[in-house]
Design a protein around this ligand. Structure first.
Ligand code: NAP
Ligand code: GDD
Length: 331
């Protein structure tokens, strides 16, 4: 039975990757950091099928000990401070986790067992102020946030350990991917959740920032399959995963409201608080390499994605909101 270790298993991607690897017959070890309250919501349904172990990307020794004890065949490094606005308010922490955390894990692998295959969760945020359209594996980076800068570091240190020490280390440059398990602070989930609350009479407005930004949005379960495919190849390499389509935030909002029979213009309030010090205006990926070499392609269209997210939040909120009110997050 192959063994995989996942950092960031309590996050959106970690939980879907764990589902996927269990289906493939893997033994799954999930690394979680210590917190005063457990947050296993996304992995509740598989808790008895995986091992949950304590470790932190900020702590080198914890990573070495985990690899020594569990001896995984594959490590998926999905843990990060992943929210762009927080990277502006906590830039040093973002660098420690999202950048240096990658080196800590790579060094732990180098020390414990160089044969462990490694996946790094790189990001289309690295393209930032884009140099070409669409973006592929060779497009130069120009990050626009401390998060993007940290991811560029994580990407290059992965490439460097592959070239310097012969590690089987891959960097997946993933464009935005979403799902009903997405954190409430990210735009797609904020919109889906906000629309559901308005439809159910629990709210009467949705406050947003820049509606003109463009993103290449896909469905998260498709993307975790791509991560696994990268580690099953004969040679390590870097791949873009994207749909190849771009849409504005405005289009996302429009479709989400229309899906429940509402006009977004009656409810959306533009609030400058949600604008960023520097914006990534346009992302659209070219996934040709992943299609040709991995046989990977996305399976859910943009419109289907928006609708399934709104439906999931409507379902979740019906009846339970009075008993378990949604957390009051305003980021
Ligand atoms: P997410 O939902 O924010 O999950 C992040 C995970 O990292 C959580 O499990 C979090 O644990 C964990 N974490 C944070 N700091 C840690 C630390 N110091 N030590 C150990 N674990 C720590 O992110 P996601 O959307 O699943 O994304 C997964 C990865 O892909 C991230 O690296 C992200 O930057 C990258 N990425 C995401 C996208 C996307 O569109 N989703 C696109 C490109 C790249 P807690 O639960 O304790 O907070
Ligand atoms: N979060 C948020 N909240 N974003 C808003 C809002 C708002 O109220 N209003 C407009 N936006 C715009 C942002 O300015 C941005 O241009 C776009 O919506 C998407 O924002 P997010 O959903 O927060 O995602 P992101 O693109 O900044 O980053 C995500 O994708 C990256 C890959 O490109 C994150 O998942 C990153 O971790 C990931 O690397």
């Amino acid at each position: 039975m192959p063994k995989a270790m996942i950092t960031g298993i309590t996050g959106q991607d970690g939980s879907y990757l764990a589902d996927f690897l269990l289906e493939q017959g893997y033994e799954v070890i999930g690394v979680v950091r210590r917190s005063s309250t457990v947050n296993f919501d996304r992995i509740e349904h598989i808790q008895d099928k995986i091992s949950i172990v304590q470790g932190d990307l900020l702590d080198q020794v914890s990573l070495i000990h985990l690899l020594q004890e569990y001896r995984p065949d594959e490590v998926y490094n999905l843990a990060a401070q992943s929210f762009v606005p927080t990277s502006f308010s906590q830039p040093a922490l973002t660098g420690e986790v999202t950048a240096l955390g990658v080196t800590r894990m790579l060094d732990a692998i180098r020390i414990v067992d160089k044969h462990i295959r490694f996946y790094q969760a790189s990001s289309s945020e690295m393209f930032g102020k884009v140099r070409e359209v669409p973006q592929n594996e060779k497009t130069p980076f120009h990050p626009r946030s401390p998060y993007g800068v940290a991811k560029v570091y994580g990407h290059w240190i992965t490439v460097n350990y592959r070239e310097s020490y012969g590690l089987f280390a891959c960097s997946g440059i993933l464009f935005n991917h979403e799902s009903p398990r997405r954190g409430l602070e990210f735009l797609p989930r904020k919109v889906a959740h906000g629309v559901a609350r308005i439809k159910l009479g629990l709210a009467n407005e949705l406050r947003l920032g820049n509606l003109e930004a463009r993103r290449d949005w896909g469905y998260a379960p498709d993307y975790v399959r791509g991560m696994w495919l990268m580690l099953q190849q004969d040679e390590p390499d870097d791949y873009v995963l994207a749909t190849g389509e771009t849409h504005t935030v405005r289009e996302f909002v429009e479709i989400a409201f229309a899906h429940v029979g509402l006009d977004w213009q009656d409810y959306v309030v533009i609030d400058p608080k949600y604008y960023r010090p520097a914006e990534v205006d346009l992302l659209v990926g070219d996934p040709s390499k992943a299609r040709e070499k991995l046989g990977w392609r996305h399976s859910v269209s943009f419109e289907e994605l928006v609708q399934l997210m709104v439906d999931a939040d409507l379902e979740r909120l019906k009846g339970v909101e009075q008993l378990h009110p949604s957390p009051n997050i305003d980021w």
